[in-house]
Each structure stands twice: as structure tokens, then as C-alpha cells.
Design a protein around this ligand. Structure first.
Ligand code: NAD
Ligand code: TYD
Length: 351
């Protein structure tokens, strides 16, 4: 039986990953360490909390005693680090917590893994540290070209700077101590359980509540959207078969300007939910500081080495996603009550 420490898996991608793994592997042990910040939510794990293969632990990846205690107790074979502060806009207002969790937290996990797996000058056999990273570490593209694994790192936002820094520490542990590692760098994800600070769930929620739809700048920034289940499948493949010390880019060649995404959501909700929802809700607002213009992934390496490919076309994925949010109104109500209102007011008042 393979034993995993998975971190940050009460959040969006992590909770989808828990379901992916439990559905796929009968004989598995997942220990899910999550601090339950504003972005973590036990409701996301409702279908997994009673499963004996999944143990939830509330705690901070920066906590040395807690994490090393978990290594001692569960003897992990693999660490997959999803835990992070993940929102670019929040990183612009408050960068420090991004350094704490994304950089110091990752280094703490690396140290604990090294202490547990490196003995007498040798690494225990069959271990792996997998860092879940992002294409944002590469910076921004012009009209042409794609991010390859060899593209120089050139982050712009405090979020991407912190993720880049974590990636560099992961590679430093590989290069210095020989730690067995992989890094995945994926493009923008969408799907169930995404917190409505991110573009797609925010626009769905604002349409439903008839709030303005705040489109930054000219709406022509491009993101390369991937359905979350396809990302989970890629992480699983890299965990099982990624070559030691390698980085794998993950993306499905699905680049869309933001305004296209917003108009797609409007049309779907107009047809399915309320025919008074229309494009008059769109409000072009002040641009995000340092806003990256275009992201686009070249996924050749993961496709040719591991046979990964995206299974969900955007047209299908976006409908599934919208249907999920419509069917889970209570989830949306819970996550948008209280602190979310304050966040929204603060973040959008000057835009
Ligand atoms: P999310 O914000 O939805 O979830 C983050 C989770 O981490 C939450 O459950 C939160 O409680 C937990 N967490 C935060 N700080 C913690 C700490 N100090 N200790 C333990 N747990 C902590 O994020 P997400 O969108 O699910 O992203 C997961 C990972 O994937 C992140 O590392 C992110 O950088 C990366 N990523 C995200 C995307 C995307 O489009 N969302 C794309 C590529 C990579
Ligand atoms: P986001 O979901 O925050 O992801 P990221 O910044 O990590 O790519 O934003 C996706 C795109 O949507 C990005 O170009 C910024 C834009 N955006 C808006 O135009 N309005 C919004 O209210 C938000 C949250 C994002």
C-alpha cells in the first residue's frame, strides 16, 4: 500500500485530487494536512471524510513538530504539496503570507521529508516529493510561443514569485542532497469547489446575484484553461511515473481571452437560469497591477513521456462546471457569507 502525505487538499484542486485517488486506487493511504484557511473547506471533502483510506489533519505545513510527527507515524512514500496561498490579487495586497506558506512551508516539508527519508548517506527506496506548481512562474507570453519546461523562470506577481522560490528550493534539495523530486506546472484550472475569488466561479456567482461582472483592463488577457480532473490525472501520472528531478508542464492548448469566458458564462446562465442575465452586467474595471498578458503551455513532454492528454474539452467542462455551481447553491452561500463579503468590498471598491 502506498502512503501519501497530501497537503492543502481541502482546497479546490486538492479536494478533486482526493476523489480522483480514492476512485482509482483501492489500496491507498492519504493523509490530508490542511490549515483550513479561508480557501480550505471541509464541505469539499464530504464524500471522503468517512473513508478509512483518507485521514484529515488540520494543521499548518510550516509546523515542524506536527509534520515530522506525521512522517514518523505514517511512514510516507510520497509527499504531494498542494498547500498554498493561491490568489494573485490577495498576493498584491498582502505578500507576506505568500512567503510564509508557499516558501517557508515548502522548505519545512522538504526538511521533514529529508529527515525521514535520508539515512546514513542514502535515500530510502521508492520515495518522492512532488511540488504542485504553476505556469505563472514563467511570467508572461507575447502573442506567439508557449511555455516549455526550459523557459526561463520570470515571475511577476508576489504569488508567482513565491511559487518560483518554492520550485527553486525543491530543485535545490534535488541538486544538493539528491532528493527524489518532481515539479508539475499547470495552467489555470476550472471545475467544482473553486473558491469564488477566481474568475470563473466569481462570474457565475455575480451573474446569479445580478452584481456587475468586473473585467480587468480590456478583457483580452489570455489564460490556458484546463478542467481540474485532467490536472489531477496529470499529477497522479507524475507521482507514479515522473522521471527523477524532472519538471512537467500541464496544459491542454485551450487559450481563451477573459472576455470570452465571461460571455460564455453569461450565455449559459441566461439560457439555463434567468433570461434577464445579459452582457449589460459586464463592467470593465481598473486593471490588475502587473497583470500578465498571456499564458500558454506546451504539454509535449508530459504527453510523450507519460501519455497524458486532456480528456475534457472546454465546451463540455464549462457546462459541467456551471451545472455544478447551480446544483450546489448551498455550498456557494456558505463560502460567500461572512469574510467573503468584506474581501469583495475591499478588493473591488476602487476598481
Ligand atoms: P486553493 O486556494 O483553493 O486551496 C489551497 C489550500 O491550501 C486550502 O485548502 C488551504 O486551507 C490550504 N492551505 C493554505 N495555507 C496552508 C498552510 N500554511 N498549511 C496547510 N494548508 C494550507 O488553491 P488551489 O487552486 O486548489 O491550488 C492548489 C495548488 O495548485 C497551489 O499550490 C497552486 O499554486 C497550484 N495551482 C493552482 C492552479 C489553479 O488554477 N487554481 C493552477 C496551477 C497550479
Ligand atoms: P484568476 O482566476 O485570478 O487567475 P490567475 O490570475 O491566477 O490567472 O484570474 C484569471 C484572469 O481573469 C486574469 O487575467 C485576471 C482576470 N480577472 C478579471 O478580469 N476579473 C476578476 O474579477 C478576476 C478575479 C480575474
Amino acid at each position: 500500500m502506498k502512503r501519501y502525505l497530501i497537503t492543502g487538499c481541502a482546497g479546490f484542486i486538492g479536494s478533486n485530487f482526493v476523489y480522483h485517488m480514492l476512485n482509482k486506487y483501492k489500496d491507498i493511504q492519504l493523509v490530508n494536512l490542511d490549515k483550513l484557511t479561508y480557501a480550505g473547506n471541509l464541505e469539499n471533502l464530504k464524500g471522503a471524510l468517512g473513508d478509512p483510506r483518507h485521514i484529515f489533519v488540520q494543521g499548518d505545513i510550516c509546523d515542524r513538530e506536527l509534520v515530522s510527527g506525521l512522517f514518523e507515524k505514517y511512514r510516507f512514500d510520497c509527499v504531494i504539496n498542494f498547500a498554498a496561498e493561491s490568489h494573485v490579487d490577495r498576493s498584491i495586497t498582502n505578500p507576506e503570507i505568500f512567503v510564509e506558506t508557499n516558501v517557508l512551508g515548502t522548505v519545512n516539508l522538504l526538511q521533514c521529508a529529508k529527515n525521514a527519508w535520508y539515512e546514513g548517506g542514502r535515500w530510502a527506496v521508492g520515495k518522492k516529493f512532488l511540488q504542485v506548481s504553476t505556469d505563472e512562474v514563467y511570467g508572461s507570453l507575447g502573442e506567439d510561443g508557449y511555455f516549455m519546461e526550459t523557459t526561463p523562470l520570470c515571475p511577476h506577481s508576489p504569488y508567482s514569485a513565491s511559487k518560483t522560490s518554492a520550485d527553486l528550493f525543491v530543485m535545490a534539495f534535488h541538486d544538493t542532497y539528491g532528493m527524489p523530486v518532481n515539479i508539475t506546472r499547470c495552467s489555470n484550472n476550472y471545475g467544482p469547489y473553486q473558491f469564488p475569488e477566481k474568475l470563473i466561479p466569481l462570474m457565475i456567482n455575480n451573474c446569479k446575484t445580478k452584481k456587475g461582472l468586473p473585467v480587468y483592463g480590456d478583457g483580452m488577457n489570455v489564460r490556458d484553461w484546463l478542467y481540474v480532473e485532467d490536472h489531477c490525472k496529470a499529477i497522479d501520472m507524475v507521482a507514479q511515473g515522473g522521471r527523477d528531478g524532472e519538471v512537467y508542464n500541464v496544459g491542454g492548448h485551450n487559450e481563451k481571452p477573459n472576455i470570452f469566458i465571461v460571455k460564455t458564462i453569461i450565455k449559459e446562465l441566461h439560457d439555463k437560469y434567468d433570461d434577464t442575465i445579459d452582457e449589460s452586467l459586464i463592467q470593465y474595471v481598473a486593471d490588475r497591477l502587473g497583470h500578465d498578458r498571456r499564458y500558454g503551455i506546451d504539454p509535449t513532454k508530459i504527453r510523450s513521456e507519460l501519455g497524458w492528454y486532456p480528456e475534457t474539452p472546454f465546451e463540455e467542462g464549462i457546462v459541467k462546471t456551471i451545472d455544478w455551481y447551480l446544483a450546489n447553491e448551498e455550498w456557494m452561500q456558505h463560502v460567500t457569507s461572512g469574510d467573503y463579503q468584506k474581501y469583495y468590498e475591499e478588493m473591488y471598491k476602487n476598481k
